[in-house]
Design a protein around this ligand. Sequence first.
Ligand SMILES: [Fe+2]
Ligand SMILES: [Fe+2]
Length: 357
Amino acid sequence: MLKAGYHVLLINDDQAMTKFFKEKLMLNGGYSVASESSVNSGLDTFTHSSFDVVIVKLNLSGKEGETLIRELKRVDPDCIIIAYLNVVNPEILKEVSRLGVYEVISKPVNLDKLLFLIKKGIDLHLLAATHRRLAHSFKEQNATLEKQNILLAKRIEESTKNLARLYEDLRQTYMRTIRVLAQAIDARDHYTHSHSENVARYAVAIASQMGLGANDLEVIREACELHDLGKIGVEDSILGKTSELTEAEWEQVRKHPIIGAQILEPLTFLNGVIELVRQHHEHYDGSGYPEKRSGGNILLGARIIHVADAYEAMRSARSYRKTPLSKEDAVTEIRVNSGKQFDPEVVTALLSVVNTF
Ligand SMILES: [Fe+2]
Ligand SMILES: [Fe+2]
């Protein structure tokens, strides 16, 4: 193993020349110089030690020179090879350049030129080695970063899933609470017990018949469960009144869609539901409340809930009408008001599914 300074390997079968190079490079250049006289021993030494520059006499014997250069490059792709040639012509120069030889020298050897070439070669070798080291460390850092990125992405994905789960749990808890509240409001009036539940069943059947998608059906179902929530603001005496309501009492009743929407407004996840609650008493011909909307200005979901709500009210006992209407009478009543109170398309859908209720 060579110890100090820069290391040069001579592979040359001409002993006199090796002696000459060795002396000059050591004395004049201050290099550590090792020498071998055959391809095999040269390769062996090169493989087991570290050299900055290799000087090769190419015509060691026939094709061996080319093989040697290929092997040296295989062991160290950055190795600096100076080829010493007896004969130099353009064709040979082209060939050695193709093999990756750094420089070519020939007889008579200009020692200053050789020392200059070795020095330049060493600089180049150091540069190439530094570049390779940097590229390697860059590659490793990239790989580490990539691993960290994958880990981070996984953590973000898990956190997002956890958040989505938490959000859904929270949403479900809210929904359960509001549903209980809505059921309690239904139960305040003995005659409307399960009213919201039934309206939901009818409305979903109508909406499904009209070809609405799963998301719309879910929003309509939730809106039905909560549609009369605003009756919390209507006095018990009005809800349970058996005689006709006064104008002032009607005034209170007409506020329940707005009160319901206002109660639900802070719950942003109920966005689609809130507007349906607000519009569920609007009439197709504009004679409803609270905003006197008409036709297509009323959300389709609200037009559906309105028909389901009216049908359910007719089919149940109410404080003002102890005996429910028969299915036929309720259907006739709805049909009579098609195009007036009710959207004709929704009425048609109800007629198609009414026998499944
Ligand atoms: Fe209502
Ligand atoms: Fe209702």
